[in-house]
Write a protein that binds this ligand. Sequence first.
Ligand code: FE2
Length: 440
Amino acid sequence: MKKLISIKNLTAGMFLDADVVVEESGGEEPGRFLEPRNAVRTGSGEKRARLTGKMHERIEKNGGLMVSSDALVDRLRETGLSMVTIDTDKGGDLPDGVKPLTDPTRKPPPPGRLVHYDEELERATEIRDATTDTLKEAMADVASGKGVDAEKINAASAVITESVLRNVDAMVSLTRIKKHDPYTAMHCMNVCTLVIAVAQADGVDPGYLPIITTATLLHDVGKTRVPLEILNKPGRFEPSELEEMRKHALYSGQIMREEGGFNDEQVAIAEQHHEMLNGKGYPYGLKGDEIHPYARMTAVADVYDALTAKRVYKPAMPMYQALMVLHKNRGTEFDEHFVELFVKALGVYPVGSVVELNNKEIAVVYEPNPENSRKPTLGILTMATGKQRAAPFICNLAKRSEAEGREIAKVLDPEKVGVDVDQTMEQIKTKGERTERTRR
Ligand SMILES: [Fe+2]
C-alpha cells in the first residue's frame, strides 16, 4: 500500500516510491539525482540527493528505492524534502501509533491537494496556534529591545508552508478566526496564510514559499515601535497619530534590516505592504510594478483580514462583502491578478459564511469544495419554515442525493441573523448529523 508520510518518519528499511532524474553534468558521466514521486520540497530547491550508478539501476528495475541505511535517510532529509510516498508492500511500514499523512484507504484527495481537508484541519489548527504564540513572543521580544529570533521564525515558516502544501483549504479556512492582541500576531498569521495560499495558486516554486511566509509573518512587526496608546486607540486618529501609526511599515523594514538574517526581498515585502497600485499608499507612494509583487499580494490579504475583523471601533464586515470591496478596487488600489487568485483561494463562499438556501433554510459553510466553490459542504441550521433543527444537518451540496435540489441563494450577515459562527462551527463538528432527521 502506498502511503504519503512526513520525512521525519522515514526510516531505513522503507521502500521509497521514486523516479530518477538524469542530469548532464557537462562531463562524460551524467549526474543522477533522486526525485521521489509525490515528494514535496519546502527547503532550498538547489539541494538534491545524488545517486550512484548502482542505485539508479536498482530504481529503474524496482520502480523505487529501498532506503537501505540511516545515512541515506539523512541525505534525503538534507534535500529539503518534507513529504514522501512509501510502498509498504515492498518495504517497512510506519511504527504502530504513527499515522500516515492521509488515510490510504480513502479515495484520493481532490486535485492539487495531497491530503484531505479534514485530515489536515487538526494539524493546521495546532500549527496555527503554535506559530501565533511564537510570533507573539517574537514581537514582545522586539518591543522589549531584544532581537527577533530569525531561526525560530524561519522554522515556523517551514511548518506553515508544509501544511499549506498538504491541503491549502485547511489553513485558509482557519483565517476566519480572529482574536485581537496588542501586536496583532494572529492578524500576521492570517495574512501570511492567505498570501502563501495565493502564491501557491500562482505557481510559485515551493522552495520560495518559506521566504514569503517569513516576510508576511513579520510584515507588522514594526507596530512594536508604535506607542501602545496610539496602537490601541479605539477612536479616530489625530493627524500626528496617523502619521506615527503609518510609520509601522517603515519600522518593520528597519527591524528586519537591523536583525539581519532576512534578504532584501523580504524587507521589501514588509516595508511595502501598505503601498497601493495607484500610488496613493504609504510609506513611499510607489506605483504599480514599483511595488514588490508579494507586497501587492500582502496588501490584498491585509485589507481583507482587517475588514473582516471586529474591532472596538467597528463591526466585522461579512467575508463576501470584503471580497466585493477588493474586487471593486482591483486595478486601482489592488493588483487585479492577485485579487482574482485571492477570491479563488478563499472560494466564493469562504468557510464560516452564513448563507440562505433556495428553500429558505439557513446554513453555515462548513467545508470548502476546491473543485466547485459554489457547492461546499454546509451545516444546515434551520428548516425551510425557519424553525431551528434539533441538530445541524451536514449536507454536501456536490452530492445530489444529499443536496436534493438545494442551492445557495444568498449570503447573510451573521450578526444580523444572530449566528455566532465559531460556536456554530463547533456545534456542527460535535453534534452535526450526516443523515437528515426527517428521513429517519
Ligand atoms: Fe500594516
